[in-house]
Design a protein around this ligand. Sequence first.
Ligand code: NDP
Length: 309
Amino acid sequence: MERIKCLILGGGPAGFTAAIYASRANLSPVLYEGIQPGGQLTTTTVVENFPGFPGGVDANTLMENMREQARSFGADIRQGNASSVDLSHRPYKVVIDEEKELEAETLIIATGAQARYLGLPSEEKFKGAGVSACATCDGFFYRNRTVAVVGGGDTACEDALYLASLAKKVYMIVRRDVFRASKIMQEKVFSTENIEVLWNCNTQEVLGDMMGVTGARLLRKDGTVFDIAIDGFFLAIGHTPASALFSPWVETNEAGYIVTKGKSSQTSVPGVFAAGDVQDPTYRQAITAAASGCMAARDAEKFLLEQAN
Ligand code: NDP
């Protein structure tokens, strides 16, 4: 069985930064990218708030550069998804794609988070046929058409603004009478003519036919039920941390985020560290994920040194 000093799961900013630091510390890291190489950031277009890029940077380019930087220091970057783990004792066992068994002296979990859906059967039915949780991936198909974005956070505003640059009209379906988003994003939305906010509304059903989505049935808080005609239905209602595989072993909070100790990346299992969105319900930014990846690699290095002594 292959034995790895520092195994990193996840190919987003947290995982790649961990790989950069771990390879420079001679930990010979192996990183598995998982089902979404480059992580969630690759579902966006331009990243404007990553320091060092005053004109913004294309998200895919940023991730490709991080991957390349990790490789240049010797990190072994592979494709594959962890399908099971046994963290009962060191070295920890990790199975990739249900076939390749690995032993890891230290493990860095940087598996990120996944988009949430409303859970409506009609939403499920039209997934990929008008229902999407990635405006920047699928927005292109809605040029000069009408779409709706569900949610009132920064992601919903960002998605609505992006879609408004392509689509004829964008509805925002917001369940309260206020946005959760930051003031600057709210102001951008309010000053965009082809965005209409539907306050106090919940989606009862996504409507459609053989060709895909044709509308949505909404219930306003005052009891009114009404339909809107749309071609695309975009979800932007937050994320769920990709921690299910690890939660039987490491402590997680009530929302499923992996709990780390104090100002460190240490989980409840010695030698297992967590970085990025899988352990961060609060900040969830590329830069904070990258920073926590650095912490995880440094923590793994320190842990291995202590074990050797
Ligand atoms: P948030 O958790 O901030 O917002 C989720 C939104 O979806 C809220 O408006 C919430 O409503 C709504 N919502 C949740 N569940 C449902 C449901 N079942 N039905 C209808 N509406 C629902 O998630 P985001 O993804 O927007 O943001 C996550 C983090 O990432 C935040 O910290 C945000 O600031 C950050 N971010 C920053 C960006 C930037 O700086 N450029 C861009 C994108 C995200 P309610 O308010 O009623 O709970």
